[in-house]
Design a protein around this ligand. Sequence first.
Ligand code: MF3
Ligand code: CO
Ligand code: CO
Length: 261
Amino acid sequence: MITLKSTREIEIMKESCKMAAKTLHFLGKNLRVGMTTEDINKMCHEYTINRNGIPATLNYHGFPASLCTSLNEVICHGIPSKKDVLKNGDIVNLDVTTIYKGFHGDTNHTFLIGDVKPEIKKLVDVTHQCLMAGIAVCRPGARVGDIGAIIEEIAHDNGFSVVHEYCGHGIGRVFHEEPQITHFGKRGTGVELRPGMTFTIEPMINFGKRHCKVLEDGWTVVTKDRSWSAQFEHTICITESGHEIMTTFSPDEWTAEDDKI
Ligand code: MF3
Ligand code: CO
Ligand code: CO
């Protein structure tokens, strides 16, 4: 079942989405070489609960942390660990999901740590382009296949591959709901977009082949060929005239309070 949110529900959900966006921005600003991914988890947890939010991933189907931290060849669902130290040249995806006033906001960003190889920077850039191009086609009457088609085109034109096994998703009071938003597909096919739909787009793009593998911890998804992988995610809503990105804020909305844990 696809839930259409009312104008009032969308207004509340924008608050949870803004909190997730600000949390992600705060974490990005505070990344340093030598920090562990567990340090990031602690910051995310504190930042969220101090603002009366709930980190949605904590205990979600048994996930043991307040965000996912996915380094280099990790595609998604990386578990923060004291053993994973950020080093110069790494890329790390931080995936923050916040529950506030009963609604979820879900967003992620791949951050560059120090001097990253040009070809990896290009992977990260192209992945961001894929997300923004997928968002750009969203409006009433468009179809889910239109989103996947443009993402796949951009990734392939640049020699990269698209992960098939993990998708964007409807979101609201529930973390993962219908529809599934695949990051590949055929134009003019799939669910038709309608005003009031809220969902994520979160392409995972690999430098090498698209295939993936889940590690023995039951969560960490890595590329089968161990090539590096990037991802970006926004939660959006479909409006009468097009779409709105919900997991964002304008620079003038960032206050001194937002820089404090
Ligand atoms: N935030 C992820 C997403 O974009 C889901 C993480 S679920 C977890 O859908 F259990 F791995 F944390
Ligand atoms: Co998501
Ligand atoms: Co997410």
